[in-house]
Ligand binder design. Structure first.
Ligand SMILES: NC(=O)C1=CN([C@@H]2O[C@H](COP(=O)(O)OP(=O)(O)OC[C@H]3O[C@@H](n4cnc5c(N)ncnc54)[C@H](OP(=O)(O)O)[C@@H]3O)[C@@H](O)[C@H]2O)C=CC1
Ligand SMILES: O=C(O)[C@@H]1CCC=N1
Length: 270
């Protein structure tokens, strides 16, 4: 076994992890091989990160100590059927980041192998990711440590019970999209109020970043911060009134729940 990390699926999330793992020197490019069906993506990943690439997932799985699955849940069955064609000589640790795909589905697909189900998110690219993971029955303390080290390199890591993984997916897995919409909408609002676009986006980004930092460092409850910003009869309560009228909080809660339910559905398909 000569290669430490194999990745199957080199799309958005695969690249988000790969880029940071390489830039932080957690793995050397020579220690990584990516199995990817798209020739265009293979060429791009090889050129951008210097990793080995192949369209043959068996070639990946046969020579690595850790096999990271980063394909869509919809192709999980096809990919695992392809891998099941011959036993994996290197007995790798399997780490799946697939939404919805359960530990029991992973253990059925990879009998006798240690499996870990993880849910990272795209801020991993800049080392600000949030990953939750849960381990299968054959995963050793060392396997968990491998997962912990890999995901620590791209942000914060928590170990959770598998029963929480769909909810994690709905919140932190999908969450960067909600926050991106928030930033875009704040910027649009600034433009509507007369700000130039670049300035509006700068204000929106720094306001979100600063608020998060304030909440994290002071540990005050979000409701208390809201109270501190809303001066009696002032501007903020006028804005908050509109958010309440538009169902802002209910919409965010429903979004997390809908995404968690979709995660469950994606797993139930296989
Ligand atoms: N995007 C995100 O923020 C997050 C995603 N995830 C999970 O990561 C996984 C990947 O998501 P994402 O990166 O967004 O999806 P992408 O579609 O961007 O990436 C999947 C990649 O796998 C390739 N692929 C398809 N079939 C095969 C195959 N048989 N063998 C090898 N590669 C194949 C796809 O190629 P092609 O496009 O040609 O089909 C594509 O490049 C999903 O399971 C998702 O649930 C988890 C956390 C966050
Ligand atoms: O949208 C998705 O299905 C994936 C899982 C979490 C984030 N993106």
């Amino acid at each position: 076994m000569s290669v430490k990390l194999g990745m199957i699926g080199g799309g958005v999330m695969g690249e988000a992890l790969l880029s940071r793992l390489i830039s932080q020197k957690i793995y050397q490019p020579t220690e990584v091989i990516v199995g990817e069906k798209s020739a265009e993506r293979r060429d791009y990943l090889a050129q951008q990160y210097g990793v080995s690439v192949t369209d043959d997932n068996q070639v990946v799985a046969q020579q690595v100590s850790t096999l990271l699955l980063a394909i869509k849940p919809q192709v999980f069955a096809a990919v695992t059927a392809e891998l099941a064609a011959s036993p994996l000589a290197s007995a790798p640790l399997i780490i799946s980041i697939l939404a919805g795909v359960s530990l029991s589905q992973l253990e059925t697909a990879f009998p006798q192998l240690p499996v870990i189900r993880a849910m990272p998110n795209t801020p991993a690219t800049v080392g600000a990711g949030m990953t939750a993971f849960t381990s299968g029955s054959l995963a050793s303390a060392r396997d968990k440590q491998t997962a912990q080290q890999l995901f620590s390199a791209v942000g914060e890591v928590v170990e959770v019970s598998e029963t929480l993984m769909d909810a994690v997916t709905g919140l932190s897995g999908s969450g960067p999209a909600y926050v991106a919409l928030l930033v875009e909408a704040l910027s649009d609002g600034g433009v509507a109020a007369g700000l130039p676009r670049a300035l509006a986006t700068q204000l929106a980004l720094q306001t979100v970043r600063g608020t998060v930092q304030l909440l994290q460092e002071t540990k005050i409850h979000p409701a208390e911060l809201k109270d501190r910003v809303t001066s009696p009869g002032g501007t903020t309560i006028a804005g908050v009134t509109e958010l309440e009228r538009g169902g802002f909080r209910a919409a965010l809660m429903a979004a997390v729940k809908a995404a968690a339910e979709r995660s469950q559905e994606l797993g139930a398909k296989d």
